[in-house]
Design a protein around this ligand. Sequence first.
Ligand code: AMP
Ligand code: GLY
Length: 429
Amino acid sequence: MKILVVGGGGREHAIIRALKKSPRCTEIWCAPGNGGISYDAACKAIPSTDVAGMVAFAKAEKFDYAVVAQDDPLALGMVDALAAVGIPAFGPDKAAARIEASKVFSKDLMKKYHIPTAGYAAFDDPAKVMEYIRAENKYPTVIKADGLALGKGVLICQNEAEAEAGVKEIMLDKKFGASGNHVVVEEFLTGPEVSVLSFTDGKTLKTMVSSMDHKRANDGDTGLNTGGMGTVAPNPYYTPAIAARCEKEIFLPTIAAMQKEGCPFKGCLYFGLMLTAEGPKVIEYNCRFGDPETQVVLPLLESDFLEIMLATTNGTLDQTEVKFSKGAAACVILASGGYPVAYEKGKEIFGLTDGQLPGAEDVTVYHSGTGRKEEKLVTAGGRVLGVSATAATLPGALEKAYKATGRIAFEGMHQRKDIGAKALKALEH
Ligand code: AMP
Ligand code: GLY
């Protein structure tokens, strides 16, 4: 099969590498892709949000299947548009993608179907938001922009002044554009966070191995929120008992709710969970694979990835094997100095041959933001590389990943040194 993967980061690189293991995958393309991905797939420089351009390209090149991996094209209806020209695609249609693209939609869905989540109220009038926050008088309070905001539309406010500044930033200054026309004010929850990705065809849901993201820029979970600085899988907080509870109280009810609403979800549904004292609650849904969760989840997948993807599209997931190794994986992100705020690009990357680390067993370097300039590999984004390793145990995987990052260098390179530290501590108990 000739396959097109839409996107151009570490997640898409991991998806491509996993698809290439499938005997039925005979040709693979990535649009727009990036410098490092171009070692593994033919790349075509079409922006992932250019739905018309992507569909025209897919049609002209006669792709058999497409994988839409990013939130924006999913929210724009790229899966619907591809289907309209006869190209089946992995991912939810526009109506189902609202589960991530609109916080108001997802919160209302959870409320209606009694799916545990943080208490909330939704608003479109800035004055009413502050009225509500003052009346509640409970801090910290959480303010979320309704739409997609690159994971940055969530503000945790410690007091009234911070809340006022936050409301102004989102609703008046429109820092996240039209995303800020509506906001959700949420109760602040505490507890360990777990990412659970699942495959679903709208009726059947099969979970992947659990994982833990590290969202803050610096060690000890300090600094600004980022897209994710590293991940480990499995997540030791996600015990079999908690998994059973999540399945019953969250996963299956969500799939059933989307069916009842007339927008069955197909593709990868990502559950961002918080394990609170009252039980597991949904912090957010994503309508796609996580980045960098994918870089630890897919290396542990033992079943045929392409067959699973096709089954989610065809509605045959109940007859398809989804099996993961019992081992562990760790991914450490190498970022440009200054990320997630201001950073320079175009720095030469040292240590890699054809994008990979020669001789590093069980290690894969996934490219998030790299470019090729003449014969050189250079940085081209905030998150540059994800160095991912697998082993029988989590300490083994972390050791391999960190040993590997020690062999890579570029000017201003920043990495967290404590990826997995919290997970290792949890394993001790
Ligand atoms: P989101 O983009 O919705 O995943 O939010 C980003 C991060 O903000 C989450 O990973 C949590 O760490 C934090 N967060 C979001 N909502 C809440 C909440 N209701 N209570 C506490 N922390 C939250
Ligand atoms: N790593 C979090 C996300 O992909 O949304």
